[in-house]
Design a binder for this molecule. Structure first.
Ligand code: M6R
Length: 579
């Protein structure tokens, strides 16, 4: 998964001041290496983050440029594997987001092309050199052949040296196009609207198996057969949160924004999104069962959704999306709800596409408008958390949980949602000090356990995930009841164990005593004032939000103590667009 940018302009533009700053806005999609190519055939690329690359790049002005930020899939993190790639003659240059599953077969069909990288993408440049440069096909004919031959996922930008035309080809990976008046009407191509949301409020979103020819004066879309097609521009509202303000990291900025972002969501569910919330509730009542589809942190939110619906006597299930089809049945009486911050997670998109015609209805809960998951659903609710930049999801996650609590409230769950933003504010202020102190104590810890029951079980998993991704601590979040069935063997003198105890739950108290009896350093999070960490009172589902605020702050401060790259942890990317 990667981010791609293309610009085609009437006048020339600067790769340093125009192209790469847009690419930087996509850095959350991957940050292993970055590169840019100009019309004159100049390709510059290097490993590492985009900031240092922009500083070191030699600026050129050009009428067309393509750029790429990489999250490595095929081949190591090396400058040779970085994009853009060119064919051996340097005539055809490409950037690619996605995975070509039959790259080896395509490569074998090009015996006369010399390829130098370990990537699946380089074969695309070689393919077009062979078909256009050697066999003499038109670019359109070569693209038809490519769409017919390529298997897998791709958003590709193709440019030929000295021809100010970019071809954009899309299947299964997202791609959007806009025109920026501030750049003299230049056409911008990007993996998503984050790249250009500050320059435009309208975009055209590519359909699968389509392509587009962009010249300085024209934009024309085509289907796989080469017939012209229309793609309606869509307007969008995108709040640009790309500045750190007074904060040292986006993670802490995004944690501290939650009183505001949660209020914004709750307000919209009474106004702008009231009708959609109704549709979700009505569909849910009609369905025989509900199945959630999500990954990572969004999966943890979906566990809360399943918990709440089961409490209300609705049959509800959730399974991590990459194993969805192995463990869940979908039939015409199933309401499928996909939950995703980015709306671009391939592990969610793939099963979603496969079950499109099998489910009663597909609903989505996403943060990024017009994302692929939203566009593949019949009904949608937006999280309105604003742009989330840190790889670790915090404010979007909290809004996912609030959304599910609000839906449950609509179906009869006893909760006063309006109190949640104030309690989040109170909680953040009251636990910040203890989270910092514990981070100092735990900064050298190599392993940790987090225990919960009921709605706190998903939170145990969520806190453990944050300790892994931000702090590189091997952490296990688990059902407290499972402890005695094996994991208790790992508890030794001083092992840190976070125990999430709602309303002094007696079974959770017993689990805590069991680990303490084996020498564990227990850290009790309580909503009754009886813990080392005390969060506001509230129902079980609310406890899931407040206890998680502690987990997010703790993992943030441990990251600070360890001097880790908090917003961009190693090996990860914000948007996981490969399956
Ligand atoms: O964009 P999504 O919500 O679909 O992303 C799912 C996961 O990749 C994501 O939640 C991931 O686990 C986060 N890095 C967790 O903080």
């Amino acid at each position: 998964m990667c981010g791609i940018i293309g610009i085609v302009s009437k006048d020339t533009h600067s790769i340093k001041h125009d192209t790469l700053p847009l690419l930087k806005r996509l850095e959350y999609r991957g940050y292993d290496s970055a590169g840019v190519a100009t019309l004159a055939g100049d390709i510059q690329k290097q490993t590492g983050h985009i900031g240092p690359f922009i500083d070191s790049v030699t600026d050129h002005r050009t009428q067309a440029s393509i750029a790429h930020t990489r999250w490595a899939t095929h081949g190591g993190v090396t400058a040779l594997n970085a994009h853009p790639h060119a064919d051996g003659t340097g005539q055809f240059m490409i950037v690619h987001n996605g995975i070509l599953e039959n790259a080896d077969a395509l490569r074998a069909s090009l015996p006369n092309e010399s390829l130098v990288s370990e990537t699946d993408s380089e074969v695309v440049a070689a393919f077009f050199h062979d078909r256009i440069g050697v066999q003499g096909l038109t670019t359109d004919a070569a693209i038809h052949e490519f769409i017919g031959a390529a298997e897998g996922t791709y958003a590709i930008l193709l440019m030929q040296r000295d021809d100010p035309t970019v071809y954009a080809i899309k299947h299964n990976s997202p791609l959007a196009l806009t025109r920026a008046s501030s750049m003299h009407g230049a056409t911008i191509l990007a993996s998503d609207i984050t790249a250009f949301g500050h320059l435009s409020d309208e975009a055209q979103f590519f359909e699968d198996q389509t392509y587009c020819r962009i010249t300085p004066d024209s934009v024309a879309f085509f289907n796989a057969a080469g017939d012209p097609i229309e793609i309606e521009p869509k307007s969008f509202e995108w709040k640009d949160d790309a500045s750190l303000d007074e904060y040292p990291h986006f993670m802490i900025k995004e944690i501290m924004e939650q009183p505001t972002t949660s209020r914004r969501l709750l307000e919209s569910l009474k106004t702008m999104q009231a009708a959609e919330l109704d549709t979700f509730a009505t569909t849910l009542k009609k369905a025989r069962r509900v199945v959630f589809l999500s990954c990572g942190t969004s999966y943890h939110a979906s566990l809360i959704g399943a918990f709440l619906l089961n409490q209300l006597n609705y049959e509800a299930h959730t399974v991590i999306a990459s194993e969805f089809e192995n463990f869940i049945l979908v039939d015409p009486s199933t309401f499928v709800i996909a939950i995703s911050q980015s709306g671009e997670t391939m592990d969610v998109i793939l099963p979603l596409k496969r079950i499109e015609n099998q489910a009663m209805k597909i609903g989505s809960i996403v943060n990024v408008p017009y994302s692929t998951i939203q566009r593949h659903s019949d009904t949608t609710l937006e999280l309105l958390a604003g742009q989330e930049i840190c790889v670790a999801s915090t404010k979007a996650y909290t809004n996912q949980v609030i959304m599910l609590i609000k839906l449950a409230e609509r179906l009869g769950y006893d909760v006063d949602c309006d109190k949640i933003p104030g309690r989040i504010e109170e909680c953040l202020a009251s636990i910040d000090g203890i989270a910092r102190e514990l981070a100092v104590e735990l900064k050298h810890t190599r392993e940790m356990y987090v225990l919960g029951r009921g709605a706190a079980y998903p939170m145990a998993r969520e806190i453990a995930l944050k300790l892994k991704e931000i702090d590189y601590i091997h952490a296990e979040g688990m059902m407290a009841g499972e402890l005695k069935h094996g994991t208790l063997a790992l508890i030794e003198d001083g092992t840190p164990v976070i125990c999430l105890i709602h309303d002094d739950n007696p079974a959770m108290r017993s689990s805590t005593r069991e680990v303490e009896a084996r020498g564990a350093r227990s850290i009790v999070v309580s909503n009754t004032g009886s813990g080392e960490v005390n969060v506001p009172a509230g129902c079980e589902a609310e406890f899931a939000i407040y206890s998680c605020l502690f987990g997010h702050l703790l993992s943030y401060y441990i990251g600070v103590e360890r001097n880790l790259p908090i917003d961009k942890p190693r090996n990860l990317a914000k948007s996981v667009t490969v399956g």
